[in-house]
Design a protein around this ligand. Structure first.
Ligand SMILES: [Zn+2]
Ligand SMILES: [Zn+2]
Length: 187
């Protein structure tokens, strides 16, 4: 949903509202993740004395992410709680907004600049949340701590029982075949 920030930018009014989240899934370069549950987003925006746009937001989004080991879907809730500062002002149109990182580390982790979610006097809440969700992405997703993963030989989910494959010691003939394949890949 796009918010009209004309009053905030020109009249110095503050914006404080519950905004419905329209995103149905999160589509990143590393995968596509359906949203299973979502709250509405609470968004507060005001312009401060230094003509910085202060955006505070909270939202809760539950997405399906495959387990790192067995690939079964895991429901992960991302509790977003963020503050963004965006430079704006009469001499600088909001369309040329510039994100002000709170620290260098945060800046390095940010894939999305304000230009992505701020266009002219409009703020696209879904695009903002899309970027915030990425910043809060879990580094590891497991269906359970002791997930046994998939058998590398037959692909069976080992949480459902052992398949009986010999996994550690590969047949020497088979190893040679694998060597050939890995050489082939390097070319
Ligand atoms: Zn798992
Ligand atoms: Zn197996």
């Amino acid at each position: 949903m796009k918010l009209n920030l004309t009053d905030v930018l020109l009249e110095d009014k503050s914006f404080d509202q519950e905004v419905p989240i329209e995103l149905e899934s999160l589509e990143y370069s590393f995968g596509s993740f359906p949203i299973r549950e979502k709250s509405s987003a609470l968004i507060s925006i005001r312009k401060d004395e230094e003509k910085m746009l202060n955006i505070h937001g909270t939202a809760s989004i539950t997405v399906s992410i495959p387990c790192d080991r067995c690939l079964e879907d895991v429901q992960v809730t991302l509790d977003l709680d963020f503050d963004e500062k965006v430079r704006t002002g009469a001499d600088r149109g909001p369309a040329e907004a510039e994100r002000v990182p709170e620290d260098a580390a945060e800046d390095a982790g940010s894939a999305f600049e304000p230009d992505y979610y701020l266009q002219g006097y409009y703020l696209d809440v879904d695009k903002l949340l899309f970027g915030e969700a990425l910043l809060n992405w879990p580094s590891r997703v497991l269906c359970r701590e002791d997930c046994k993963g998939l058998c590398p030989v037959c692909g069976q989910n080992l949480n459902n029982g052992d398949c009986g494959c010999v996994r550690k010691a590969l047949d020497p003939q088979m190893s040679k075949v694998l060597d050939i394949f890995s050489k082939f890949k390097e070319v």
